[in-house]
Design a protein around this ligand. Structure first.
Ligand SMILES: [Zn+2]
Length: 286
């Protein structure tokens, strides 16, 4: 059931992942501390377990998202956005932990002989990468939009970076990001779907369209949940809705949302809901 190629692939991963993590630290893509390095290595190994196709698609998400963070960074700084820094361990786990667990689950199901469900779980993992890419591209590219974003529900103007806020530019980037990730995923499945948890793609185009649209839907869900659940505060001086504890030099007041419900928690909640929606939707093609 487990091929010689898969064993060779795993050996390669155990050498490659720590080297990639060290490079990410050096290039300041992730914060330079032990916790972040360990979180990064652990999530990358988990996200490689299904086979080379999850490793490639997860890497595409990580690398492209880092590139999007760098895109237009002088303009981002000029527009007054937070300085461009690497991702911390909370952010690494926020995007990498749930798909890492689905990778592990898929492999265990496969080893237990439950091939159909294992293969479906592997496909759901690719969907989670599409959601995360859509989310990151949307916020990173959306920052370059010169006007203030609006909340996805109610369209109220808010401070840039507020969860649940969208811009036309960010949404376009989100659709593109989801499509690109789904394309990388489906292509790697077609070429390497036999190594590791076996996934046979009968209708690649249908699968691509389904994953790409669900990926974008996941990003919209993330915005809606961000709008509804994540803590929103108001500046008592200028009246802007934001997430910071202070604005215009004074303490902001709580308006709505669950106190201390972070963006990472919203990401994970979105991923779990998308697993359920994706499971139902994949029944249509797989
Ligand atoms: Zn203010």
């Amino acid at each position: 059931m487990i091929s010689r190629y898969y064993v060779l692939y795993l050996i390669l991963i155990f050498f490659l992942v720590p080297a990639l993590a060290a490079t990410s630290t050096r290039k300041k893509l992730i914060e330079n501390n032990k916790k972040t390095l360990i979180a990064s290595i652990a999530t990358s190994i988990l996200n490689s377990l299904c086979g080379p196709y999850t490793f490639i698609t997860y890497s595409f998400f990580v690398i492209s998202s880092s590139m999007m963070t760098r895109v237009g960074s002088p303009l981002k700084l000029k527009l007054g956005h937070r300085d461009i820094h690497g991702r911390g361990w909370r952010q690494v786990l926020g995007v990498g932990l749930v798909p890492g667990i689905t990778n592990l689950a898929s492999l265990l199901l496969y080893l237990a002989g439950l091939r159909a469900i294992a293969s479906k779980t592997a496909l759901l993992t690719i969907l989670l990468y599409a959601v995360s890419t859509a989310d990151t591209w949307s916020s990173e590219v959306g920052m370059l939009y010169r006007r203030r974003p609006r909340l996805v529900l109610g369209l109220k103007e808010v401070e840039t970076g507020t969860s649940g806020a969208v811009t036309p530019l960010g949404s376009a980037a989100s659709i593109l990001g989801s499509f690109a990730t789904a394309a990388v995923g489906v292509l790697s499945l077609c070429l390497l779907g036999d190594i590791g948890v076996q996934v046979h793609v009968d209708e690649p185009l249908m699968l691509l369209i389904l994953l790409a649209s669900l990926g974008f839907a996941g990003e919209l869900l993330d915005s809606v949940l961000g709008c509804l659940i994540q803590e929103k505060r108001r500046c008592v001086i200028c009246g802007i809705i934001c997430e910071q504890e202070t604005h215009c030099g004074v303490k902001t007041e709580h308006v709505r949302g669950c106190r201390r419900f972070s963006g990472e928690a919203i990401n994970m909640l979105t991923q779990l809901i998308m697993l359920a929606i994706g499971y139902a939707a994949l029944g249509l093609v797989a």
